[in-house]
Design a protein around this ligand. Structure first.
Ligand code: G3P
Ligand code: CA
Length: 239
């Protein structure tokens, strides 16, 4: 079975990584969703991809790590997408956990490069425990040291290893890392059938990102991909 992830919610229909975007993905009946987490100055987990909010609001020029949650909640990130979303703010992880059914596989990506969030792993796992959301979840990161810290705190959580660039024998690297890797999340541009087979032969699922055209999606399905991250509702809802 192919299991596709709504990438940052349904980001073509609402501002990415916000509650309306996750709500849309849920309404589409997505089986899985991806989101990015970072820490505010007062160590609150917020859901955002970029380290700054400038892409969504030109006057918000600071780094997320330098705003408190109260300050971040004053910043409109919806109007630049569409006036309909004026007043939408960055969501906290708690807000997303409150609306995300437990039946949806949730992939939480720790954004830890180039800004490094000391202690984000512990704060994240505490929050997930508080919300009873340690099941049906994958914790991923491009920062494999963050994955190691997650494993040290909770050795049972499935980990997703993200790769932006090609490295030699990714599947062997994952195996040698000693981490509890459940899935490999490669940039789709370098994924072919051999890559998928090699990863799967080592016992890993392969979830490439971000696959937005039906042609490429169908090609990956022919290669027996386990699922993809996608911005396209037709893809992230396809079975
Ligand atoms: O987790 C898959 C994908 O989201 C990783 O890349 O840059 O979109 O966070 P990025
Ligand atoms: Ca991401």
């Amino acid at each position: 079975m192919v299991l596709n992830f709504a990438h940052r919610g349904s980001l073509t229909e609402a501002p990415e990584n916000t509650l309306p975007a996750f709500q849309k993905a849920i309404e589409h009946g997505t089986k899985a969703m991806e989101l990015d987490v970072q820490l505010t100055k007062d160590n609150r987990l917020i859901v955002c991809h970029d380290h700054k909010l400038t892409r969504f609001n030109k006057s918000a020029t600071g780094l997320i790590k330098d705003y408190t949650l109260d300050e971040i909640k004053q910043i409109d990130v919806g109007a630049s997408f569409n006036q309909e979303f004026e007043g939408t703010t960055i969501s906290t992880l708690e807000e997303v956990l409150e609306i995300c059914p437990k039946s949806i596989l949730l992939n939480i990506e720790i954004k830890n490069i180039p800004v490094l969030y000391e202690g984000i792993e512990k704060i994240l796992l505490q929050k997930l425990a508080e919300y009873n959301r340690l099941e049906n979840i994958i914790i991923s990161s491009f920062d494999h040291l963050a994955l190691k810290k997650v494993q040290e705190i909770n050795p049972t959580l499935p980990l997703g290893m993200l790769f932006h660039y090609r490295i030699l024998n990714t599947w062997d690297y994952a195996k040698m890392s000693g981490l509890n890797i459940y899935s490999i999340h490669p940039n789709h541009v370098f994924v072919d059938q051999d890559f998928i087979r090699n990863c799967q032969n080592q016992g890993y699922k392969v979830y490439p990102y971000t696959v937005n055209t039906l042609d490429r999606y169908e090609e990956l399905v022919k290669f027996d991909v386990d699922g993809v991250f996608s911005n396209t509702p037709d893809i992230f809802t396809s079975k």
